[in-house]
Design a binder for this molecule. Sequence first.
Ligand code: NDP
Length: 255
Amino acid sequence: MARLSGKTALVTGGSRGIGRAIATRLAADGALVAVHYGSNETAAKETVSAITEAGGHAFAVGAELGVPGDAETLWTAFDAGLADTGAEPGLDILVNNAGIASSSNLTGTDEAEFDRIFAVNVKAPFFILQRATGRLRDNGRIVNISSAVTRIAAPGTLTYSVTKGALDTLSFTLAKQLGARGITVNAVAPGIVDVDSNAHVLRNNPQQLAFWGSFSAFGRVGQPTDIADVVAFLASDDSRWVTGQVIDASGGARL
Ligand code: NDP
């Protein structure tokens, strides 16, 4: 039997990039996966189709994050989508992956940008988690996608880095509270990863690709599956004794 058979997972931002790889991997491991998206429904449907064509089970959930009432909208859509599948209400695995990047340093960040990135990267996961705990079954799994810039100082992305630092603290602190129910809460911190949304600066630019790859001990940038495989471990029973941790998944960047 697949190791996540009978489990239900929600991956925010599961439609594209790292989230798509996570959704695909959890489904391959047997979970029923809710593939969340913000505005690109086509991408979410493509991800769901790829999963079902491979023999897995998934459904799409649309909700824009970073706007008032976002968490409530997301959970209402999740509950409805789950009911349509005929599965039991509730959740076993929540991956807070959706996030936006920002190249803004201390002097280059205005209040509107600060508020926007915090709304998507911190406020949304916070209130998604607030409404998740009643739905999560005992021995559930929460994985928050952070970034290696909480370990590697990157002044050029200061605002983004601070949002991910907040997510690490959220993970660490909630792990203490939810441990009594066997629920683990961990963060995964990728280094730079080759996704469609940064292809213009990375994949399509061999010099940049080599430059960013040189930070890793392995001499390459990450692939979405490099991150998804780490999340799959944290989503499984094998990780039951690991909680409150930030797991670096940067290929040993700047060791
Ligand atoms: P992508 O830009 O490739 O995909 C982002 C996903 O999040 C999409 O599914 C998108 O849905 C969703 N999303 C983004 N903003 C919103 C919003 N406001 N409301 C609802 N959904 C939203 O991102 P990545 O795969 O690159 O990044 C995934 C996570 O990994 C992020 O948290 C990021 O910070 C982190 N990370 C990424 C790194 C990288 O190099 N790529 C490095 C370190 C960390 P839609 O298209 O419908 O808007």
